[in-house]
Structure formats: structure tokens, C-alpha cells
Design a protein around this ligand. Structure first.
Ligand code: AMP
Ligand code: MN
Ligand code: MN
Ligand code: MN
Length: 276
């Protein structure tokens, strides 16, 4: 059985390694099929695709799109996209457009809570000026001792209602899915277990995703417990969606799962790669 890892990040968004280094590490760790899915960009894909040649690893062009659904942020992983499709690249540019102003507002919120210099501090961790994210603020806050790790930091400063959080409008669900399909790709709802919704809200979200043309649910993710693997496998079966898996790896020493550290998809699920 081939080992798939269809969700990870590089320095083109909030990851710590270059696209080529991510691909090399995945190959070393026994990944057979890898998708690089940087937030709201496709700029790292050519480097990753070149690096995959000769390493015995199949590379899949991906991205992870930021979406606002009702009042929450959700992420849609795009797989097997054409990175040159202008419907997609224009859409991604429109999502990225608000990030710089948002970062200023995040720093203002943190300053009001007594944390000075957060904008400059976060920018020292930014590796793509177009893509300032909460992760970069988290690295600054942890470095300065305001939080002990990522989870602690997000809970205290960067989630809704906390000083460094700014309400933001990303793309709509149907826009994101439309752009992905225009680029020939498949749309996967990322780490659904992370969204703060009721059981009813989750059913609404997943059925709206399916009704908008969504293709698959990310079933295996470090954000999910083994019980949630089964829960989302059931959702996929009931809704006629396929299943995906990704480590959502950001770099050495970060996160709970390394590249390729994924169990097999539950047998009841039709994999997103079935027709690849
Ligand atoms: P942004 O796109 O700027 O809203 O940043 C979102 C990123 O923050 C995610 O892709 C994760 O990398 C990171 N993130 C979100 N929640 C957490 C958390 N609880 N712990 C660690 N990192 C998180
Ligand atoms: Mn991230
Ligand atoms: Mn995500
Ligand atoms: Mn991710």
C-alpha cells in the first residue's frame, strides 16, 4: 500500500523548511505520494515538483484555502490543481490581500493587552511577505515567553475573543471550491474536527460543502483522535464524499505528527486518490 501525505507546509506560508527540503524529508520518511499545501499560495509548487524528480516520490500540487463559513474560519485543501490557472491564482491573491492589514490589527490588539512590538516580532519569522499568519505571531509570543507552546499560545492570544485575534472575511465556501475545480483540482475539507461547531453545525457544514461540489473530507489529521477518524469516515460514507489524509506538518519540533506518520485510511472510505 502506498503511503500518502496530502497536507503540509513550507516557507512559502507558515512552514519552517523550503519546499525542496520538505519533499526530501518526506521521501526519507517513506512517503510515496506528497502534496504541498501552503496557505493561500501556489508559489512553492515548482520548486517542490522539481525536487521530487529522482527521489522516487510522487508530487501533487496543492494549496490550503482560507474560507469564512457563517462566523468561523475553515480550511479547504486543494489537490491536483494546475498552479498556473488564473481563476485559482486570482482567487488566492484576493484571499491574501487582507493579511497585511490584519497583521497590523493583531499587533494593535496585543499591544492593548500589554505586549509591545508584536508586528516587528512576528515579521522576523515571516518567510513570505505576502503571507503573514497567526503562526508567525505565535512563534514570536513563544520566543518571548508569553506562552509555552502553540496550543497554549493560540488559546491565550490568537483565537476568537482573545487579544491578538481579528475577525476576518476570507473567501466563501463556494468560491474556494469553484476556484479549485476551475484549476482541475479536488476540494478537501481540512481537519473538520478542529471547527468549533455543534454536532448539528458539523452536519450542516459538511452537507453544504458536499452540495457546493466538495470532493472529500480530511479524515486522518493530527487534529483528530482515533474516535474522530471513525466519526468522519461515517460522515464521508453517508454524504458520498471521499476521504483524505495529511500530517499538516509545519516543521521540525512543531505539531504532533511528522511527515508520513499517518495510519491507513479506514477501509470503509473511498480514498480521494481513487482515480489518480
Ligand atoms: P491564519 O491563516 O493566519 O489564521 O493562521 C492559521 C494557522 O495557525 C494554522 O494553519 C496553523 O498553522 C496555526 N494554528 C491554528 N490553531 C493552532 C493551534 N491551536 N495550535 C498551533 N497552531 C495553530
Ligand atoms: Mn498553518
Ligand atoms: Mn488548516
Ligand atoms: Mn495546514
Amino acid at each position: 500500500m502506498l503511503r500518502y501525505d496530502l497536507h503540509c507546509h513550507s516557507t512559502h506560508s507558515d512552514g519552517l523548511l523550503s519546499p525542496a527540503a520538505v519533499v526530501a524529508r518526506a521521501a526519507e520518511r517513506g512517503v510515496d505520494v506528497l502534496a504541498l499545501t501552503d496557505h493561500d499560495v501556489v508559489s512553492g509548487l515548482p520548486e517542490a515538483r522539481d525536487a521530487a524528480k529522482g527521489l522516487g516520490i510522487t508530487f501533487v500540487c496543492g494549496s490550503e484555502l482560507s474560507v469564512t463559513w457563517k462566523d468561523i474560519t475553515i480550511h479547504i485543501v486543494a489537490l491536483r490543481i494546475d498552479p498556473d490557472n488564473t481563476t485559482l491564482t486570482d482567487g488566492l491573491a484576493s484571499i491574501r490581500g487582507g493579511r497585511a492589514a490584519r497583521a497590523r490589527l493583531m499587533a494593535d490588539g496585543l499591544a492593548a493587552a500589554g505586549i509591545a512590538g508584536a508586528y516587528e516580532g512576528a515579521m522576523r519569522f515571516v518567510t513570505n511577505e505576502d503571507l503573514v499568519s497567526r503562526t508567525h505571531f505565535a512563534r514570536f509570543l513563544i520566543e518571548k515567553g508569553y506562552a509555552k507552546d502553540g496550543r497554549d499560545c493560540f488559546e491565550r492570544y490568537l483565537t476568537p475573543g482573545k487579544p491578538g485575534h481579528v475577525v476576518h472575511e476570507w473567501a466563501t465556501l463556494s468560491q474556494a471550491i469553484g476556484w479549485i475545480h476551475a484549476a482541475g483540482g479536488q476540494a478537501v475539507i481540512a481537519h473538520p474536527g478542529r471547527y468549533r461547531v455543534t454536532a448539528l453545525g458539523m452536519r450542516k457544514l459538511l452537507s453544504e460543502f458536499r452540495d457546493s461540489g466538495g470532493d472529500a473530507i480530511e479524515i486522518l489529521s493530527p487534529s483528530h483522535s482515533p474516535a474522530q477518524y471513525q466519526e468522519f469516515a461515517t460522515h464521508a460514507r453517508v454524504l458520498g464524499l471521499r476521504g483524505s489524509c495529511g500530517s499538516d506538518w509545519h516543521g521540525p519540533g512543531e505539531g504532533y505528527m511528522d511527515l508520513g506518520d499517518l495510519p491507513d485510511l479506514p477501509a470503509s472510505v473511498v480514498p480521494v486518490w481513487k482515480d489518480w
